[in-house]
Design a protein around this ligand. Structure first.
Ligand SMILES: Cc1cc2nc3c(=O)[nH]c(=O)nc-3n(C[C@H](O)[C@H](O)[C@H](O)COP(=O)(O)OP(=O)(O)OC[C@H]3O[C@@H](n4cnc5c(N)ncnc54)[C@H](O)[C@@H]3O)c2cc1C
Length: 435
């Protein structure tokens, strides 16, 4: 029985099935072993995780060789133009092998996505074309949103348009940690992005959010910044609890100059009515990906638990035949399947609206809800998977121990579940038509 058994419209030789098998084999043979190796690196060895030749860089290079980075970019700009469903299948399989590497790929293509959605020929030539042609890991992207003084409030895009989550007023938000100013046909960046920028220790380019108005933290501008530019400094990778297979680090900008075409989004481009940046549609893309990745992580934990429960015997029979273990396995199976159903639907919708029709009107509340649901569910499933392993589940000898730590990290990454849930609830309460 394949987990795709509900997908009866796809035959044996279907391209979706082929994509799934290709990515699954890669995830199993290359990604998961490298992720386990990285997870066990000591603090000192981990400092080199972003360097050429590290297992992180090696797998990123392999992904480039396979063309996974370009597959997501719309065909109009020279990419593979994956559909939302294909995007979901690719990320779920990668995350089954390692949610860290799936995240690394997810942030890798964000500078390119921003560049393509700015519809600018100059940036297409200077960055997008070489990025798409990369088959050796010369380009690695990251996404700089979070700042030392601005975490949840930057994820909560509503705070930039009206009142933020929990009614927080714009006036209560302190000045941006990254500022941008124009100087002729160049732009100058100054400030710091928090230590939480995924893949930053290895990245060559950042899709960076920066603000111009010192009176509030509205990050109105998105700028493509080559990280080898004069004035850029990188902090060391953070040594953290889980998902160590995707390193995070700080980025510091000291009078960094970029040409005009690198300013890929301005407030008026994104939100002409209010003049404030509307990050919601970018967050729809990232949230749909996060939901797919959490589904892959949940499935990996469920499969580990199922395999173990079939083998491990107590009281004369495999533990999967004991009622309470059987009931847990059923709950986990149901949760993984509901995660997949919701996250796939959202990926299809978001890609259709934002990466194909270019209408940028995807349902923000559904994208956030899918992210929250799948992240919470992945944590619940990983938690039960540890329980089914008994004492073995808390040893480093069994993969569920890592999966559990990875799932815990997810509850904060890309916005805490609490804050994302409040954001989604605002949209539901305001707009849901009852009856
Ligand atoms: C593994 C990982 C990867 C990440 N990758 C990236 C990345 O690639 N790029 C990037 O820019 N950032 C990244 N982040 C940062 C992430 O987006 C932030 O950590 C997240 O938005 C929360 O911000 P914070 O950590 O500053 O917490 P805070 O905002 O300080 O929140 C602390 C607590 O207070 C609660 N809280 C805060 N405000 C409110 C409110 N108004 N109402 C109710 N509760 C509230 C939160 O739910 C949380 O429990 C990553 C984080 C992690 C853990």
């Amino acid at each position: 029985m394949s987990y795709l058994e509900l997908d009866t419209e796809y035959g044996e030789d279907d391209s979706l099935q082929m994509l799934r098998e290709e990515v699954h084999d890669f995830a199993k043979n290359e990604v998961r072993p490298a992720a386990l190796e990285i997870d066990r690196l000591g603090r000192d060895e981990y400092l080199d995780i972003g360097d050429a030749g590290s297992p992180f860089r090696e797998v990123m290079a392999q992904m480039k060789e396979l063309g996974y980075h370009s597959a997501v970019i719309p065909e109009e700009f020279g990419g593979g133009g994956l559909s939302g469903r294909e995007f979901h299948v690719m990320l779920e399989e990668l995350a089954w092998g390692s949610s860290g590497f799936a995240i690394a790929l997810g942030v890798d293509f964000l500078p390119a996505t921003f560049a393509s959605l700015s519809f600018d020929d100059e940036i297409q030539e200077s960055f997008l074309d070489p990025y798409l042609a990369d088959d050796a890991g010369r380009y690695i992207g990251c996404w700089g949103v979070t700042e030392p003084n601005h975490g949840s409030e930057l994820v909560s895009s509503a705070s930039f348009t009206e009142n933020g989550i929990d009614g927080a007023s714009r006036e209560n938000i302190s000045p941006p940690d990254i500022t941008i100013e124009q100087d002729g046909d160049e732009w100058i960046l100054n400030g710091v992005k928090a230590s939480w920028v995924s893949a930053a220790p290895a990245a060559t380019h950042c899709a960076l959010h920066a603000g111009m108005d010192p009176s509030n933290a509205d990050p109105g501008y998105a700028v493509l910044v080559p990280l080898d530019a004069d004035g850029v400094t990188k902090g060391p990778p953070i040594d953290k609890l889980g998902q160590r297979d995707c390193p995070q680090g700080e980025l510091v900008f000291d009078d960094v100059r970029v040409p005009d075409c690198n300013v890929v989004m301005t407030p008026s481009m994104l939100h002409p009515d209010t003049g404030y940046v509307d990050l919601t549609q970018i967050l729809c893309i990232t949230s749909s990906g996060m939901a797919a990745i959490a589904t892959g992580l949940a499935r990996a934990a469920f499969e580990e638990a199922l395999a173990y429960a079939r083998e491990r015997e107590q009281s004369g029979k495999p533990i999967c035949e004991h009622q309470s273990v059987k009931a847990k396995l059923y709950d986990m199976f149901e949760k993984v399947e509901t995660c997949r159903a919701y996250s796939r639907r959202v990926c299809e919708h978001v890609f259709d609206r934002n990466m194909s029709a270019f209408e940028f009107d995807a349902s923000h509340r559904h994208a956030l809800a899918a992210q929250v649901y799948c992240k919470r569910t992945a944590f619940e499933v990983a938690h039960e998977a540890v329980q089914i392993h008994g004492a073995n589940g808390i040893t480093r000898d069994y993969p569920v121990e890592k999966l559990f730590r990875d799932a815990r990290v997810k509850l904060i990454e890309d916005g805490t579940c609490e804050v994302l849930g409040l954001e989604s609830a605002d949209g539901v309460i305001e707009n849901y038509e009852v009856g």
